[in-house]
Design a protein around this ligand. Structure first.
Ligand SMILES: Nc1nc2c(ncn2[C@@H]2O[C@H](COP(=O)(O)OP(=O)(O)OP(=O)(O)O)[C@@H](O)[C@H]2O)c(=O)[nH]1
Length: 601
């Protein structure tokens, strides 16, 4: 009879988006009988509504499965879910650090994609045993041989015995479970050492306070243990420990090798940083677990209530979102054009979009967001340095000695026929070509170094549309580089609209300026007076359009006509007005603030 620890496997599933991670997780859960098929709503692991709708995994979750293997033993399989998007790379890496093995799903119709590789590298960095699995073999266009070849040739993993499965139809799922038992090493047991637990996730629960997901690496933890978090230095007394089944199930203790949860009346998720080490306050380990990083947002924008009187509601909504999202930053800011609002920091564009949608949907608030910005490093002529995430805070030009912008390493995987088109896009975005390798005879991996501020303007959408959706992208921050950057202001009726200013490379300022004034002309309705729309750099106008004045009284059409029609027209106008922002004398529709983000290059 094997010990409990010999019968434990900690693993996660890694894949490119949409290759079937959540679907396979569901099948594994179903097969091991944790939840009966009838009870199962689809995709248990993706708990948040929005995640289900967008088909992406945002919050990490873990679950313990009990599997009766063919060798007659009963195994405890701890499945740790990982978020599936580039914005959450650090969280993925910490989840992987909680495991000994990873199932690598490759879609048999698509082969290896950018995030397949990004995830493989993360798994290798964490010394995980990788088990390749080829999914979607039920589809007529599936080519399992191609997927196998790519796994062997490009990743360098033997794939002869890779299970060929259909997660959707539940085909060959047993092969995956057996491979986990056979190939993933059991956790090392180090019960005698002082406690060290890795935090790989946490969320706020109304009744229990913060619930921490942890992998106990050394020692043990139980109710009453006084714990200390290494990075934040905060101390708490443990109230409950347990494991994740379909709910939280309390246990007496968690010990070395276990994956489970801890509650300790913690009020603030920011005290429980992903990657931090849980220690025993009375018997602290000498060193924390490796790999802790405090993550900083890369993309910033202003968020304002569309209706100024809803400021307090927006504040409350952000506060609640922050309860479960330690990486969301916000602080009050004011804008001349938009009034009172918040400057918010995000891990990336997807994180921004998801937050925007949650405010809209869960809190039913109409918001206006300003142009997203990256963080620029500015060195002033007096030698001082500052970081600027809001164009409005850029010092006057004569005070700036030079500016630096963040660059990323971008990996783009695509069918070779689109190489020309993609190179053109990258070059247009100031990309610097590095290498091109063949994944197989039809697909290539292109590497570029690119300014992050170009990626946040529509790069991903352009890439997808020019490659019929076949290109996949992954990027990570590389360094900061000097660049000739300028602040582009937009003036309406001669006044700068601060919410529309942004920082751009000088070479692109002219084109962008022209595009924006043109777009704004389409968005801004004619008013009683003529409205000049100008783009300017440091007071010098580089582009201009004019919205001509309304000449006729709109109501004149109905003059003497029937009164209901007139009323309707007035009501319609009133409704239209609600969505308008008053900027100086000019009424600007809310959409205008975001329309400038979607410019065709
Ligand atoms: N035909 C077929 N479709 C599948 C199979 N597995 C998954 N799918 C479909 O592929 C799509 C993506 O599957 P998910 O499981 O949501 O993918 P995912 O990798 O979890 O995606 P993220 O959570 O965004 O990372 C869904 O529409 C699934 O129904 C399969 O074996 N066969």
């Amino acid at each position: 009879m094997k010990t409990k620890q010999e019968r434990t496997r900690n693993f996660c599933i890694i894949a490119h988006i949409d290759h079937g991670k959540s679907t396979l997780a569901d099948r594994l859960i179903e097969k091991t009988g944790l939840i009966s098929k009838r009870e199962m709503t689809s995709q248990v692991l993706d708990k948040m509504d929005l995640e289900q709708e967008r088909g992406i995994t945002i919050k990490l979750q873990a679950v313990r499965l009990v599997y009766h293997a063919k060798d007659g033993e009963e195994y405890y399989l701890n499945l740790i879910d990982t978020p599936g998007h580039v914005d959450f790379t650090y969280e993925v890496s910490r989840s992987l650090a909680a495991c000994e093995g990873a199932i690598l799903i490759v879609d048999a119709t698509q082969g290896i994609q950018a995030q397949t590789m990004a995830n493989v590298y993360l798994a290798l960095e964490n010394d995980l045993e990788i088990i390749p699995v080829i999914n979607k073999i039920d589809l007529p266009s599936a080519d399992p041989e191609m997927a196998r070849r790519e796994i062997e040739d490009y990743i360098g993993l033997p794939a002869d015995e890779a299970p060929l499965i259909s997660a959707k139809e539940g085909l060959n799922i047993d092969d995956v479970l057996e491979a986990i038992v056979r190939d993933v090493p059991p956790p090392e047991k180090k019960n005698k050492e002082p406690l060290r637990g890795l935090i790989f996730d946490s969320y706020y629960d109304q009744y229990k306070g913060v619930v921490i997901s942890t992998r106990i690496v050394d020692g043990e933890i139980k109710k009453g243990t006084k714990i200390k978090f290494y990075a934040t230095g905060k101390t708490f007394e443990v109230e409950e420990v347990g494991i994740f089944t379909s709910t939280l199930t309390p246990t007496n203790k968690l010990e070395s090798g276990d994956v489970g949860y801890i509650c300790a009346s913690i009020k603030n998720v920011a005290d429980t940083r992903v990657g931090d080490t849980i220690m025993d306050e009375e018997n602290p380990a000498k060193e924390p677990l490796p790999g802790y990083k405090s993550i900083t947002p890369m993309v910033y924008c202003g968020i304002y209530p569309a209706d100024g009187s809803k400021y307090e509601d927006l504040k409350e909504a952000l506060g609640k979102l922050k309860l479960n999202d330690a990486s969301l930053l916000y602080e009050p800011e004011t804008s001349v054009a938009l009034g009172f609002g918040f400057r918010c920091g995000f891990l990336g564009l997807l994180h921004l979009e998801v937050t925007q949608q949650r405010i809209d949907r869960e809190y039913n608030l109409d918001i206006v967001t300003t142009t997203p910005s990256v963080i620029y490093h500015v060195t002033k002529t007096d030698g001082s340095e500052l970081k600027v995430d809001n164009p409005t805070n850029l010092p006057p030009v004569p005070e700036i000695s030079f500016m630096e912008e963040p660059f990323v390493d971008a990996n783009i995987m695509l069918p070779s026929e689109y190489v020309g088109a993609v190179m053109e896009i990258c070059q247009g975005k100031r990309g610097i070509y590095k290498t091109m390798d063949y994944i197989d005879e039809n697909r290539v991996n292109l590497k570029y170094e690119m300014p992050l501020n170009e990626i946040i303007y529509d790069f991903f959408d352009t890439l997808k549309s020019r490659t019929k959706g076949y290109a996949s992208l992954d990027y990570e921050l590389l360094d900061y580089r000097k660049a000739d950057l300028v602040k582009l202001d937009i003036l309406l009726n001669g006044e700068i609209v601060d919410a529309l200013s942004f920082i751009v490379h000088r070479e692109k300022a002219q084109t962008r300026g022209r595009q924006i004034v043109k777009k704004l002309k389409e968005e801004i309705p004619r008013q009683m007076f003529e409205i000049p729309i100008q783009a300017a750099i440091g007071g010098k106008v580089i582009a201009r359009e004019t919205v001509r004045a309304l000449r006729k009284d709109v109501l004149s059409k109905c003059y003497g006509g029937d009164i209901t029609r007139k009323k309707k027209l007035l009501e319609k106008q009133k409704e239209g007005k609600k969505k308008m922002r008053q900027v100086g004398k000019v009424e600007v529709p809310q959409e205008a603030f975001t329309a400038v983000l979607k410019l065709d290059e």
